[in-house]
Design a protein. Structure first.
Length: 74
C-alpha cells in the first residue's frame, strides 16, 4: 500500500526534480535488494513529509517572526 502511494505521489505526480531523485534512488535500491527498496521508500516518504512541512509550516512562521522583528526594530 505505502509503496503504491509513494510511487503515485512522489514518482508520478511529484515535483519533477524530486521525481527524478525518487526513481534514481529506487533504481539503486533495486540493485541492492528488497530491504534496500523498503528503506528507500521509507526515506522518500519521510523526505517528502519534511519538505512539505518546511514549506507549509516552518517557512511561514519564520517569515512572520522576521516581520515582527523588523517591525520592532523600526
Amino acid at each position: 500500500m505505502a509503496l503504491g502511494r509513494a510511487i503515485w505521489r512522489i514518482g508520478v505526480r511529484g515535483d519533477s526534480e524530486r521525481r527524478r531523485w525518487f526513481w534514481r534512488l529506487l533504481r539503486i535500491a533495486a540493485i541492492r535488494g528488497i530491504p534496500a527498496v523498503t528503506r528507500a521508500v521509507e526515506f522518500s516518504i519521510m523526505g517528502e513529509h519534511f519538505i512539505r512541512y518546511t514549506a507549509e509550516e516552518v517557512l511561514p512562521r519564520l517569515e512572520r517572526r522576521l516581520g515582527e522583528i523588523r517591525a520592532e526594530a523600526a
